[in-house]
Design a protein around this ligand. Sequence first.
Ligand SMILES: [Zn+2]
Length: 340
Amino acid sequence: MKKNIHTTISGSLPKPSWLAETGKLWGQWKLSGTELDQAKADAMKIVVSDQINAGISIITDGEQTRQHFVTTFIENLSGVDFKRKKTVRIRDRYDAAVPMVVDKINRKKSVFVNDVRLLRSLTSKPIKFTLPGPMTMIDTLYDDYYKSREKLAWRFAEVLNEEVKELVKAGVDIIQFDEPAFNVFFDEVHDWGVQTLERAIKNVRCTTAVHICYGYGIEANIKWKNSLGKEWRQYEKVFPLLSKSKIDQVSLECINSRVPMELISLLQKKDIMVGAIDVATNKIETPRQVANILKQALKYTSIKHLIGCTNCGMVTMPREIANAKLKALADGAALLSREL
Ligand SMILES: [Zn+2]
């Protein structure tokens, strides 16, 4: 039976230099008002066509309309004061000045429905849209209202659920939650993290995914990764819980990482987004390298469950590098599809 292996990216792509500061996680916008809105839409059109031209099969918006994968969603909720910032430690790794929760969290209106409508209008291929997961959201805030990480996470899960339902109506095929915090707070993941994620997808009719990851290729993450020893077995604690959950797809980084690929076996029946593109180096993978990584993953999963992916987001990379990596990913998956 012949099958083409699907490909997609974890989430972000670099923004054009006329839209925002480049090479940064929190790049400032270069325009404002209507001009900014138009420029964001133009950027989305470019990254969609870049993905299609490269041969990627599941298309995303490359997060062109958001300054940051977590804060842009939160900025559009009430109950958070963005003028009062407090410095907290993010995922026990680096300090950032974050906004304060001062009242009950509410979603005034959909945050991303217009982006999804635009994305839907640009391609007939399956589309994926990313949202921050509840635990990663609470980790990016100072809470002066709920005074409980768990309570705040449950509230975010309810709000996310409202948002997801609206995005599905607008035509999204896959919703992916980014939960890098799952790789740090293992007791909380066990006690309520996976449950809050399931609350966020309650009665939702689309494919659902979670991206955990060891982070972008920024210095704080590289240092942290160097401290994790010869094998990164953190996923061993989380995957058995996700395996029992309603989430359909789970990612793991496989190229230039110390994550043992055998951990995929903990995710029977799930789709596996296999990271075959390294986002921490500008060196461009060859299609053969990508094909080899995907082939190794097939020792632990079936072709029907295999999706070629990037290790993480590419927002900090130069655009031409990101595009070359998209092409390597698609070509590598096509190469393996032909060989099988
Ligand atoms: Zn990531």
